[in-house]
Design a protein around this ligand. Structure first.
Ligand code: 6PG
Length: 223
């Protein structure tokens, strides 16, 4: 795990957006296309807004979320709505986008088709993960009934998740889908998350799901 501390959140956002853009551009120099997987939540918004203006060939980048709340795309809790407002605009509006919210009644029936939609984009070019204070990442929540299944090396690429820590049914990419990415970044801000990260390093992924990704992650932190 590579841990990078920044003087403030603005410097973190500018630097991380630049690192992601550079990694995507580098991949596009040797491949026809690449992929970018991003988290929902509030922390990544400044990174999205900087990244949306990056001068790369977005038409050859496929973007998708690492997880989604199973709510309509215009619902205030929708991560897809967050992306449309903060990332998929400016130059990045040209990106190809796979929406994890399919409109199906439940995430259970959407998981199979979404796995097939995601599969051609593996290994993901760049993955950005967030983390909750409970050490969840994506929608891999401690205590979730299907967490062990989602953490297994042979897990389906996409699974529905219901958990006490989640306000609504979720859909999430799983460990094999996320962990094998070419570049994996973890974004955390504030003292509580730094403390949670330190706890996670000593725990098993079943107790601290973010632990499943730390070995290959570059962690970006500011107060
Ligand atoms: O759907 C989600 O909520 C995210 O994908 C989730 O995994 C997020 O990254 C963490 O909950 C941190 O969220 P904040 O950045 O808002 O603290």
């Amino acid at each position: 795990m590579d841990f990078r501390e920044y003087p403030d959140r603005e410097m973190l956002a500018l630097s991380l957006a630049d690192q992601i853009a550079s990694q995507l551009a580098q991949q596009l120099r040797s491949s026809d296309e690449t992929s970018l997987c991003v988290p929902g939540g509030t922390s990544p918004v400044p990174i999205f807004e900087t990244l949306s203006g990056a001068d790369i060939d977005w038409g050859r980048v496929t973007v998708f979320l690492g997880d989604e709340r199973w709510v309509d795309g215009e619902h205030k809790r929708s991560n897809s709505r967050l992306l449309r407002r903060h990332l998929l605009r400016d130059r990045a509006a040209a990106a190809r986008y796979i929406d994890l919210y399919t409109g199906a009644a439940t995430p259970d029936e959407a998981a199979g088709p979404l796995a097939e939609a995601i599969r051609p984009h593996l290994p993901i070019g760049v993955v950005l993960l967030g983390m909750g204070n409970d050490m969840h990442t994506a929608s891999l929540f401690p205590g979730a009934p299907r967490l062990a299944e989602a953490l297994a090396p042979d897990a389906p690429l996409v699974l529905p998740i219901r958990a006490e820590g989640a306000d609504e049914p979720r859909i999430t990419l799983t460990r094999p889908a996320l962990a094998d990415s070419m570049h994996l970044h973890l974004l955390i801000m504030g003292p509580e998350k730094r403390e949670a990260l330190e706890r996670a390093q000593a725990l098993d992924p079943i107790e601290a799901p973010v632990r499943a990704f730390l070995d290959n992650a570059t962690v970006h932190w500011a107060e």
